[in-house]
Design a protein around this ligand. Structure first.
Ligand code: NAD
Ligand code: FE2
Length: 384
């Protein structure tokens, strides 16, 4: 079977790279944009850092900001109506995974109206047309949604996260400007950074991993291990912010093409049923699920340990693999992530519903070790 790799048409990197927008708009011949961004980002002024550039060239746009963290079908459908009403010919997404994923849903439905219910887009939907062109500017160093072929939307009726996988949704242009990330508070910097680490680790050990994806994921693991503590502890230090902006993109380039695993499969229901921020859910689960996967990943975990800076000289393969789990847990604790579900008000009675969604999640089959629903119940219980 052939390997497939899908990336943006063009991407820009570096402090101030949002100033490339006029050149992009001119080259692509756009006349008006729908800006997708959430209310929190508008409040802190991060959205304005980008719309100022649009104002500088008198480029018309309208803002759609009815986007909640862990966005919903309603957010997408209202966005579709806003796009149609605006007369725009492109979407500029400014935000974290929630704004970018909502933009993808809007762009896909506008050009594939037979999926207007949104719920029929779950999984791998047979859309025929590319999304409305999206220019994506991430403001979190986490999801990498600006370069992935996935978007995650909550179906309110089922209270479940739908992972939609569709090459037609990938943003045409990604602009990774770390200056948009300085306003991220400490807790969100930590959580979104741990999401990026989870992408890199799950993308490295997933069943579909191969030499090309490994190359990206190992580089991302190294950069995140070195720089996430700097971004969290010294939020104004450009070293941490710039490296994390790049690392989360590098991780996503690969995982988007090879898949994830059980951490994401178990994190998604925590988002849909308990509204836990995506990065926090992943971070709590990651070391425990790594320990579960260890028998299938002894060699690769040794590589992860060394990539994270652990000296494994003199260790057995098993000890080196355990060192990777320990290094991830230590990083999670250092950046202040909660370690137990009870800290998030999740109790034992919530676990069956979580496990039922986790076993059905699109990400779960990519896990290197096959898992049953009963095992998922035990895994959640072990971190209560
Ligand atoms: N498409 C993908 O490939 C993919 C991958 C992983 C996760 N996701 C999805 O992405 C969503 C999570 O995205 P996220 O973790 O980036 O967070 P988010 O977009 O949900 O944002 C979380 C909060 O952070 C705030 N925020 C974002 N950037 C900020 C900044 N620079 N300054 C101040 N506040 C800021 C937002 O206003 C919001 O309140 C989840 O729904 C998750 O399932 C998608
Ligand atoms: Fe994620």
């Amino acid at each position: 079977m052939a390997q497939r790799f899908i990336l943006n048409e063009v991407s820009y990197f570096g402090a101030g790279s949002r100033n490339e927008l006029p050149e992009v708009i001119n080259r692509m011949g756009f006349k008006k944009a729908l800006v997708c961004s959430d209310k929190g980002l508008i409040k802190v002024g991060t959205t304005k850092m980008v719309t100022d550039v649009l104002d500088g060239i008198n480029f018309p746009y309208e803002i759609y900001s009815e986007i909640r963290p862990n966005p919903t079908v309603t957010n997408v459908q209202e966005g579709v109506a806003a796009f149609k009403k605006s007369g725009a010919d492109c979407i500029i997404a400014i935000g974290g995974g929630s704004s970018m994923d909502t933009a993808k849903g809007i762009g896909i439905v506008c050009n594939n109206p037979e999926f207007a219910d949104v719920v029929s887009l779950e999984g791998v939907a047979p859309t025929k047309k590319k999304s409305v062109p999206i220019i994506a500017l991430p403001t979190t160093a986490g999801t990498g949604a600006e370069v992935t072929i996935n978007y995650v939307i909550i179906d309110e009726k089922r209270q479940a996260k739908m992972v939609c996988v569709d090459p037609n949704d990938i943003p045409a242009v990604a602009i990774i400007d770390p200056e948009l990330m300085y306003s991220l508070p400490k807790g969100l910097t930590a959580a979104t950074g741990m999401d990026a680490l989870t992408h890199a680790i799950e993308g490295y050990i997933t069943k579909g991993a191969w030499v090309m994806s490994d190359m990206y994921e190992l580089q991302a693991i190294k950069m995140i291990a070195e720089n996430l503590p700097i971004a969290v502890e010294q939020p104004t230090n450009p070293v941490g912010r710039e490296a994390m902006a790049l690392a989360q993109y590098i991780a996503a380039q690969a995982f988007s093409n090879v898949g994830l695993g059980l951490v994401h499969g178990m994190a998604h229901p925590m988002g849909s049923l308990h509204d836990i921020p995506h990065g926090v859910a992943n971070a709590i689960l990651l070391p425990t699920i790594m320990a579960f996967n260890m028998p299938k990943c002894i060699e690769k975990f040794g590589v992860i340990a060394r990539t994270m800076g652990v000296d494994t000289t003199g260790m057995s393969k098993e000890q080196a693999a355990q060192a990777a789990v320990d290094a991830v847990r230590a990083l999670s604790i250092r950046v202040g992530i909660p370690q137990h579900l009870s800290e998030l008000n999740i109790t034992e009675k919530d676990i069956p519903a979580l496990a039922a969604q986790a076993i059905a999640d699109v990400c779960t089959p990519g896990n290197p070790r096959d898992v049953t629903e009963a095992e998922i119940v035990e895994l959640y219980k072990s971190i209560l």
